[in-house]
Design a protein. Structure first.
Length: 130
């Protein structure tokens, strides 16, 4: 048994071709929308935070943790960084926000984080501009 071949273009477009065209248009629109969304979040993530910091070192005692923190920010920007300390079992024993109001673009400071028990870590949770 053989299949019947219809002449091209004689009977118009098939329903499959119209559906394929609609799917291509919908796919293109959704793809462009996804790219715009990813671009928006990328710009917000890269350019949104005007303060960044890094824990250089820390020294622990029974009731405090001294944290050497290096903060980089735009000159004139004020904000704060949140630092926490955990005990050996993972329980949080101290957390504090430290403000940075200096006009300098790089601030190098040793801070004291009071703890409720001996801490074993000093972890920078994040920095936020005012």
């Amino acid at each position: 048994m053989s299949t019947v071949q219809l002449p091209d273009g004689r009977y118009g477009r098939s329903a499959d071709e119209r559906a394929d065209r609609k799917l291509k248009i919908i796919g293109s629109v959704l793809g462009v929308a996804l790219l715009v969304l990813v671009g928006y979040f990328a710009v917000h993530y890269v350019g949104g935070n005007k303060i960044s910091a890094e824990v250089i070192s820390f020294d622990v005692s029974d009731s405090a943790v001294e944290v050497h923190l290096e903060v980089r920010k735009d000159a004139g920007v004020t904000g704060y960084c949140t630092v926490r300390s955990q005990a050996e079992d993972g329980a949080e024993v101290g957390r504090a926000d430290f403000r940075f109001d200096q006009d300098a673009s790089r601030v190098d400071q040793v801070l004291t984080l009071r703890t409720t028990a001996p801490g074993t870590t000093a972890e920078l949770l994040g920095c936020h501009a005012d």
